[in-house]
Design a protein around this ligand. Structure first.
Ligand SMILES: *Cc1c(COP(=O)(O)O)cnc(C)c1O
Ligand SMILES: [Zn+2]
Length: 442
């Protein structure tokens, strides 16, 4: 049986179905779209058969099966041909057990899903391989797309520009000036994207790019575009696969524009619907207190959502006041008995530095997730025997500016409880030995 997928309206408007080969981001009533798979066709294979196929491919040596995303291609983009797939070896990231850190937090089972260990250093690669591959196919079919564009808090632009450079497709990125890290800025520059550094914040960049793509043949790569979520969905499948085809009790993820939590929820729900797992995990979204519109809606019992003006946060990739996927996130949280927690600047930087002492090297967004986890364990929402997976969204090396400032004690308003600054000494053996004797009590 042939597998297939199409766009439908997320809000369920009748008759709003589009081919994935069309350039369309919203339904005619303005709602977001969702990629819907033909589940009856997918059900012609049993849950056990899907598990066996995915396991076989995860160990494959052949391209593109060994990609964590394309190894699940029937569930992602079932109709794309091999020749149009653009892969930078994304996915199949490590599910890292952290027994010593877990014990310190009062847990028995904690894993970090290392989605930042990826070509451009963030989970954005998982979605962008799908989006840029589909653009590649559409261009081959004669759809007039001149370039791929996005507004970004840094990581999306890095992924767009890398996959576009691989494909020889022009890219343009809209970045808020002075609000992203140096490592993030240099990535699109190096990959040859047209980089527009704009005197506004992320929400301002987002408004501008939407006006531009409405008038010009530039394809929008923001997560409003539901193709990316199909790739990000594979994180859920990998987590279950790496736990021996079981869902943990909890999955914790930092949230900004909130596409990722919806993608995770969709992945788990699809596995349950197709008999690949037999129960769903509960989901936790962790937000920075400086950009917490989802948290506020949650505290209000989902009665009311209001955008906020995001304040500066060191978790810069989630400094978003008006998340495009807010209603997607709320749906995923309702379906997964979800919880939302927040962390302030002190808590998120301390959580990063504390986790690093156990051998991790966490980005500030993962710090938000870890700080939230700590609070939920303290409040006994998460029990000591529960199995918990924290999704680490980026590599810490993209965020050395804030980590160095933390350890130097130069972050405004933050007490660096876990600071470990270097000791500066003259090159003189007596003084070196003095320090070592004091440090190690020898
Ligand atoms: C994009 C991003 C997030 C937020 O993901 P959303 O889907 O926007 O909620 C979190 N952390 C990092 C490092 C990111 O790049
Ligand atoms: Zn609609």
């Amino acid at each position: 049986m042939a597998f297939s997928a199409s766009y439908v309206c997320f809000d369920g408007c009748e008759g709003e179905t589009y081919s994935l080969d069309e350039v369309v981001y919203r339904c005619s009533n303005g709602g977001l779209l969702d990629v819907e798979h033909d589940l009856d066709a997918l059900r012609t294979r049993s849950g056990a058969a899907w598990r066996a196929l995915f396991d076989e491919r995860a160990g494959a040596r052949t391209w593109p099966d060994r990609s964590g995303v394309w190894g699940k291609r029937e569930w992602v983009l079932p109709e794309i041909a091999d020749e149009h797939i653009l892969s930078l070896g994304e996915g199949n990231s490590h599910l890292l057990p952290t027994p010593r850190y877990a014990r310190d937090l009062g847990l028995k089972h904690l894993w970090i899903k290392q989605c930042g260990h990826s070509h451009t250093g963030s989970f954005k690669d998982l979605g962008m391989t799908v989006l840029v591959s589909q653009v590649n196919r559409m261009r081959a079919l004669g759809v007039p797309i001149v370039a791929v564009g996005c507004a970004s808090t840094g990581d999306t632009s890095a992924a767009v520009s890398a996959y576009c450079a691989l494909a020889d497709i022009p890219s343009v990125v809209f970045l808020p000036a002075d609000k992203i890290s140096v490592a993030q800025l240099v990535q699109p520059i190096a990959n040859g994207a047209t980089v527009l550094s704009l005197d506004t914040d992320f929400d301002g960049c987002m408004r501008l790019i939407q006006e531009v793509v409405a008038a010009y043949p530039i394809y929008l790569a923001n997560s409003m575009n539901s193709l990316r979520l199909e790739g990000q969905k594979t994180v859920a499948i990998e987590i279950a696969q790496q736990l021996g085809w079981e869902a943990p009790e909890w999955v914790v993820v930092p949230g900004g524009n909130l596409g990722n939590v919806y993608a995770l929820g969709k992945g788990f729900a699809m596995m349950k619907a197709l008999g690949v797992i037999d129960r769903l995990p509960r989901l936790v979204v962790a937000q920075a207190s400086h950009a917490n519109p989802l948290y506020q809606a949650y505290v209000g019992g989902w009665e009311r959502y209001a955008p906020v003006t995001a304040k500066k946060t060191l978790a810069s990739a989630i400094q978003i006041g008006d998340p495009v996927s807010i209603h997607r996130a709320i749906r995923a949280l309702r379906e997964h008995d979800g919880v939302v927690e927040e962390a302030d600047e002190q808590e998120l930087m301390d959580a990063c530095a504390h986790a690093d002492r156990f051998g991790l090297f966490t980005c500030p967004h993962t710090g938000v997730a870890l700080a939230a986890l700590k609070k939920l364990v303290a409040r006994q929402v998460i029990g000591p025997d529960d199995r918990v997976v924290v999704v680490s969204t980026a590599h810490g090396l993209k965020f050395t500016d804030s980590k160095v400032a933390y350890h130097s004690g130069t972050l405004d308003g933050i007490t660096s409880r876990f600071a470990n600054p270097p000791v500066s000494l003259p090159a003189e053996v007596g003084q070196v030995v003095d320090v070592l004797r004091r440090t190690f009590e020898i």
